[in-house]
Write a protein that binds this ligand. Structure first.
Ligand SMILES: Nc1ncnc2c1ncn2[C@@H]1O[C@H](COP(=O)(O)OP(=O)(O)OP(=O)(O)O)[C@@H](O)[C@H]1O
Ligand SMILES: [Mg+2]
Length: 506
């Protein structure tokens, strides 16, 4: 791809983009939120055209000048893409999703036995053990991401493009994905890999292209650029470090916690969850995929109902019937699945950001527009949201910037307790540091925060304490000097081996 220029309503998304791939390599494409990575990808696949008056550029694929008119055409030419926003059909089965649009037929009829058999093999090849007859909507976000990966690699493609495919994966699934990428490469296929997790890139990528502000600013062998230089090139400046006074917060002995969960249960996932969050404290929830982190947050938020156990908030026993009860008490929840639970794509940045606080903004049923605009402008500036303005439909923002709008939605409520499920998903390293600083300052002002993150490094740098969850049970709590990635990992592992020997003994 050369000399790419792509404008939306006069605003450049890509100003001077280039991307050159050698056959059989694994190529990293990186850049800040809104740099133009997904736009470049959508241009190759024909999801976006270059037909506008200000658009320009040329694309060659296997030596031929091409201009795919649709993702389907690109797919038929051997380009398989996993888009940043997982685009599976939620109520169709895993198998149907894997074979969507290319169902094998026998005597003119869809060959279901073959679909189920091949789909089962495809999901197993990415280390996922699920029943392929189940609807995709019954799977966690991470498992859905693995299904999208299984679909992309099961197509016999020459070029496989993965846009942010690791964002909701734990370290263990990331390893599986890297094995899949190594297999693709060994098969002579070319892979483009977009990720904000820079550490992993060195393990699998041969070369790297860095974009900044719509332009390609660096291309080199992966091994020829240090992580520090990579970050600086990407941001156009040095990374601001997250400031945090270690041990700055110690819950006063005897002070009642803001949130206290005792032996919470909810079939089928949660068996026994106990934890506390004090005002001014950031507590991390650690655990593997499917361990029960999301379910725990949903219970606290009133999105699901417990079968047993007790919940205290602000010194009172509470039993929320619905999220609105929890919100009324000062609890906010940023869910991990922004596509299904969070975003209203056609509404503006302003509407998406302020929808939960409308009751507060309304006087006698009329929304105080000036107050609303003050809040929206403040959060666009504070979180560095890249948008042409408050009235831009949120679907036009880059993935990471959509996530920032959702985060702002809940921060703007000034809740007493903030539940954050994967708050930095898809967010670039520069903005992550900004968000970490923001969370520290909110905690310093007395907010209690319970957060999960699939990257342990984030839990360690942001949390005062970490509660480890396994199999729907809170099994350990780590705090103070003992808190490290290593200690969290061994807490998870120890319990796993204890569990394994328990199983052996019947
Ligand atoms: N359909 C669209 N309409 C208007 N603007 C758009 C559209 N698609 C992308 N943009 C703009 O183009 C710019 C680049 O977005 P893009 O999605 O390519 O970023 P990205 O590098 O993938 O970022 P992220 O890491 O957050 O996913 C952004 O400013 C975005 O708002
Ligand atoms: Mg993107």
């Amino acid at each position: 791809m050369q000399g790419i220029q792509k404008y939306f309503a006069g605003v450049p998304a890509v100003r001077n983009g280039s991307l050159s791939l050698q056959a059989g390599e694994v190529h990293a494409l990186i850049g800040q939120n809104g740099a133009g990575k997904s736009t470049m990808i959508k241009i190759v696949t024909g999801a976006y055209n270059l037909d506008g008056p200000q658009d320009a550029g040329g694309i060659r694929f296997e030596g031929r000048e091409v201009r795919f008119q649709s993702p389907k055409q690109a797919r038929e030419s051997g380009i398989s893409t996993i888009y940043q926003e997982i685009n599976l059909v939620p109520f169709a089965s895993v198998a149907e999703n894997i074979f969507l649009g290319r169902e094998p037929r026998r005597l003119g009829l869809i060959d279901w036995p073959r679909i189920h058999r091949d789909a089962q093999r495809a999901v197993e090849s990415v280390g996922l053990s699920v029943d392929v007859r189940k609807p995709v909507s019954s799977l966690s976000t991470a498992a859905q991401q693995m299904v999208a990966i299984a679909r992309a690699v099961s197509v016999d493609a020459k070029l496989v493009i993965m846009d942010e495919s690791t964002s909701s994966l734990d370290d263990r699934e990331v390893d599986v994905l890297f094995d899949v990428i190594r297999r693709l490469k060994a098969d002579g296929r070319t892979v483009v890999f977009v990720s904000h997790r820079l550490d992993g890139l060195y393990a699998i990528c041969d070369r790297v292209t860095v974009m900044r502000d719509g332009q390609t600013v660096h291309v080199s062998a992966m091994a020829d650029i240090s992580k520090l230089d990579l970050v600086t090139t990407m941001l156009g400046k040095e990374l601001a470090v997250a400031h945090r006074k270690a041990g700055s917060h110690k819950p006063v002995a005897g002070l009642a916690p803001l949130l206290k969960a005792d032996a919470l249960q909810a079939a089928p996932k949660l068996r026994n969850i106990s934890l506390q969050v004090h005002a001014g404290e950031t507590v991390g929830l650690a655990g593997l995929l499917g361990s029960g982190r999301t379910e725990t947050m949903r219970l606290v938020f009133g999105a699901d109902r417990p079968d047993g156990g007790t919940l205290h908030f602000n010194n009172q026993a509470v039993d929320f019937n619905a999220p609105s009860d929890a919100i009324a008490q000062g609890i906010a929840y940023l869910s991990e699945d922004r596509k299904i639970e969070g975003i209203f794509p056609d509404l503006s940045v302003r509407e998406n950001m302020t929808m939960v606080m409308l009751p507060q903004l309304a006087k006698l049923g009329v929304v105080d527009r000036a107050a609303q605009m003050r809040i929206v402008d403040a959060f666009i500036a504070r979180l560095g949201i890249k948008t042409s303005g408050p009235e831009q439909p949120i679907k036009e923002l880059s993935g990471g910037n959509q996530q920032k709008v959702l985060l702002a939605r809940w921060l703007a409520l000034s809740p007493k307790l903030l539940l954050l499920d994967e708050p930095t998903r898809g967010i670039d390293v520069g903005a992550k540091a900004d968000i970490a600083n923001l969370i520290h300052s909110l905690a310093a002002d007395g907010m209690g925060i319970l957060m999960s993150a699939s990257e342990l490094e984030e839990l360690v740098s942001m949390g005062d304490r970490v509660v480890v969850v396994r199999d729907g049970t809170s099994i350990a709590e780590i705090s103070g000097d003992g808190l490290s990635e290593q200690s969290i990992m061994s807490a998870i592992a120890e319990c796993r081996s204890a569990h394994a020997s328990e199983a052996q003994h019947g």
